[in-house]
Design a protein around this ligand. Structure first.
Ligand code: GLU
Length: 482
């Protein structure tokens, strides 16, 4: 197949490629070189404020197993500190610290008034029954809550890789039982099921944010031209890595609502390619039924999945793990635009190579901030104890109905019922979440591009995004006094 690179593209994170944490630090340093901050502040803004490591035993089928987990707090200039908890067989303290740092910058970029944090538990969730996972999650939550690493005012976890609304419901319930008199207890964690204090639209929020971010990018002709592309999102060929929560939703929305063509899907057991486009839902259903994508009928199967990252396309969307595009494969990436739906998919070295080749990267700290943005809405909802839109919706509808009647009376014509329904209907929680997220992603991108286009020394959107974030956090520290 001509479009798929024949060379092996196995990404390597070994050798002297810098670690995820070093990558984040170097990216931060690069942006810092363009700023002049008061002495000592750069160091404070760079490293984690606190890291808690815990080892706890759980009795599983008559045997005691010991689990290791972390919660890193990167910044507390705003409280609570916010960030997901990941369950994965390979989790390191370094990785959790890197992710916590990204959370601080992410929150600053989208003006979410939180510090940055992240948690991780070393576990392969597939090896445990649901009831065992519940026991482990509850114990981990208790360990963190006991030491102030979970609380509505101080530290609020959310889903991340390997966790979802189910785990968040367990965490919320555990915290509530430990703090029965705390009326705001439900705000101790976000990403809960809507029936347990969650908010509509949180599950798909990160994917939605990726879509809104890409839409905003394509509204700026100069930026699109910089990537060697033209026109809007419609018809763009996309390769997505990872059909997890983020990749699945982002790809589905881009396919159905923006007419993108998903030509490639990279998964853990290989990749699929179809020049005419793949149906994301069908591939996801196949993966769900078979445990992987191998054997999927309507596509070319590529055993060395990572090599598909190097295939021709307009947008490459890594939505899986960190460290997927490294100095080993960066020079072979053909996509002119990389949309970082995952956290840290491009290493610092790869970033340098890609920049020198003119590849445009929409950086993670901006593009995947949709999740934490909607988490913020959920936290606000929990603190206000009322669903968004509940008070005003009917009032809004009555006003629109009155306005419509006036128009009909004055023109002597009646508005067709389907149009009238659309005109009258007031915003519900999901509408409000979507409009809040859309607005947030648009505004944040405009701030980043302003730095990019107006500062001589800034040559890429990542550095511009870091500058925006560092400036906002630094201002807070300076104003409040360190
Ligand atoms: N885990 C998500 C992230 O990496 C969401 C964090 C949150 O909602 O707090 O952005």
């Amino acid at each position: 197949m001509s479009q798929v690179a024949s060379q092996s593209g196995a990404a390597s994170t070994t050798g002297s490629e810098c670690t995820f944490l070093d990558s984040v630090y170097k990216m931060y340093d690069q942006a810092l070189a363009c700023l002049s901050l008061p002495h000592g502040l750069p160091e404070k803004l760079k490293q984690c404020h606190a890291v808690y490591q815990v080892r706890f035993p759980v009795e599983i089928q008559g045997k005691i197993e010991v689990f290791t987990g972390w919660r890193a707090v990167h910044s507390e200039h705003r409280l609570p500190s916010k960030g997901g908890i990941r369950f994965a067989p390979v989790v390191e303290q370094d990785e959790v610290e890197a992710l916590a740092a990204l959370m601080s910058f992410k929150c600053a970029i989208v003006d979410v008034p939180f510090g940055g944090s992240k948690g991780g538990l070393r576990i392969n969730p597939q090896h445990y029954k649901d009831s065992e996972l519940e026991q482990i999650t509850r114990r981990f939550a208790r360990e963190l809550a006991q030491r102030g690493f979970i609380s509505p005012a101080i530290n609020v976890p959310a889903p991340d890789m390997g966790t979802g609304s189910r785990e968040m419901a367990w965490i919320a319930d555990t915290y509530q039982r430990m703090n029965p008199t705390d009326i705001n207890a439900l705000a101790c964690v976000t990403g809960k099921p809507p029936t347990q204090g969650g908010i509509q639209g949180r599950v798909e929020a990160t994917g939605r944010g990726v879509q809104y971010g890409l839409r905003e990018f394509f509204r700026h002709e100069e930026d699109v031209r910089m990537a060697g592309l033209s026109g809007g999102l419609a018809g763009k060929r996309v390769i997505v890595q990872g059909l997890g929560n983020v990749g699945y939703h982002a790809a589905t929305f881009l396919q159905h609502e923006d007419n993108c063509k998903i030509v490639g899907i990279v998964e853990w057991d290989g990749a699929l390619y179809n020049h005419d486009g793949l149906s994301v839902e069908t591939v996801a259903a196949y993966k769900y039924a078979n445990g992987g994508i191998k054997g999927y009928p309507d596509a070319e199967y590529v055993e060395d999945g990572l090599s598909l990252l190097e295939a021709e396309c307009d947008i490459l969307m890594p939505a899986a793990l960190e460290g997927q595009i490294t100095r080993e494969n960066a020079a072979r990436i053909k996509a002119p635009l990389i949309a970082e739906a995952a956290n840290g998919p491009v290493t610092f070295e790869a970033d340098e190579i890609l920049r020198s080749r003119g590849t445009v990267i929409l950086p993670d700290l901006y593009l995947n901030a949709g999740g934490v943005t909607v988490s913020y809405f959920e936290w606000i909802k929990n603190l206000s104890h009322i669903r968004f839109g509940r008070m005003e919706r009917r009032h809004e509808e009555n006003r629109s109905q009155q306005m419509l009647s006036v128009i009909e009376q004055m023109t002597g014509q009646s508005v067709p019922p389907s149009l009238a329904r659309e005109f009258i209907s007031g915003a519900d929680e999901l509408d409000l979440v979507r409009s809040g997220l859309d607005d947030t992603m648009c505004k944040a991108y405009r701030e980043i591009r302003e730095v990019f286009w107006n500062r001589e020394e800034v040559n890429d959107l990542r550095t511009a995004a870091f500058i925006v974030a560092i400036q906002k956090i630094a201002r807070t520290y300076i104003e409040m006094g360190i």
